[in-house]
Design a protein around this ligand. Structure first.
Ligand SMILES: Nc1ncnc2c1ncn2[C@@H]1O[C@H](COP(=O)(O)OP(=O)(O)OP(=O)(O)O)[C@@H](O)[C@H]1O
Length: 233
């Protein structure tokens, strides 16, 4: 289990997260919901080791993993699909996949399996990853993360700016990942899609958890209120 306890995060003097606590069970999908600036990306980046955390605030299967960098987290089984994809402009698709395989863990997601699941990438292997459509780039970003064979896959706004068809394809892949036993943490602007795709949800507001629960039982009025930071009566 991935457990977050009283996590704070800072950018210099600015504090972005305040005492965030949550759990993600193996194989579970958790949606992180909140308006712009709520701290969702900060939380994912902290879990992925891109931002530092104080000791004992992030535990994996009871072991403290708070202090460590992105490569450490990849080897521990936590991978991030970052907002905006962050592909290397000069690397081809093949090179992105090779790099991911080298940095990650061995497992069921091999280059063959990834290409079987995303056949469109087969014809694009020699192409610079940035010379592709947004949807294709998003597939490369997801392929790269899957090739690390994470147990916990963190997805930041993976549908942003994509066509409806590309969004369908991205969510089909995430369902495959989930069905193969991977736990997912999804940041998704579309609250309905986030709730439909998840087992549990956590709403963040100004860096604090303000609401959480089972996605199936989510009261959309309460979630909307938490999202916009308004009082419910
Ligand atoms: N590099 C940075 N330097 C300083 N402050 C930052 C930085 N990145 C984010 N912040 C601030 O931290 C807070 C949380 O931002 P974060 O990006 O985590 O929110 P978010 O919920 O992911 O929002 P969005 O949906 O807009 O991405 C915001 O107030 C934001 O302005």
């Amino acid at each position: 289990m991935l457990q977050v306890e009283q996590l704070d995060a800072h950018y210099g003097l600015f504090q972005a997260l305040f005492g965030v606590s949550l759990r993600v069970e193996p194989g579970q999908t958790l949606a992180l919901i909140g308006s712009n600036g709520a701290g969702k990306t900060t939380l994912l980046r902290t879990l992925a080791g891109a931002l530092s955390a104080r000791p004992d605030s992030i535990c994996l299967d009871g072991q403290d993993i708070s202090v460590g960098h992105e490569l450490d987290r990849l080897r521990q089984g936590i991978a991030l699909v970052p907002e905006g994809r962050r592909l290397f402009p000069s690397l081809t698709v093949r090179e992105h996949l090779a790099l991911a395989q080298r940095n990650g863990r061995p497992g069921a997601w091999t280059p063959e399996r990834v290409l079987d699941e995303m056949p469109v990438l087969r014809d694009l292997l020699a192409r610079p990853a940035t010379a592709m459509s947004g949807g294709q780039q998003q597939l490369v970003a997801i392929a790269r993360a899957l090739l690390c064979n994470p147990r916990y896959l963190l997805c930041d706004e993976v549908s942003l700016g994509l066509s409806p068809l590309a969004v369908e394809e991205v969510y089909r892949l995430l369902r495959q990942a989930s069905q193969s036993g991977m736990a997912l943490v999804l940041v998704e602007q579309n609250v309905r899609r986030a709730l439909n795709a998840s087992d549990r949800y956590v709403c963040l507001q100004k860096g604090r958890v303000v609401l959480e629960g089972e996605s199936l039982q989510a009261n959309h009025h309460d979630v909307a209120a938490a999202y916009f930071g308004v009082e419910t009566t």
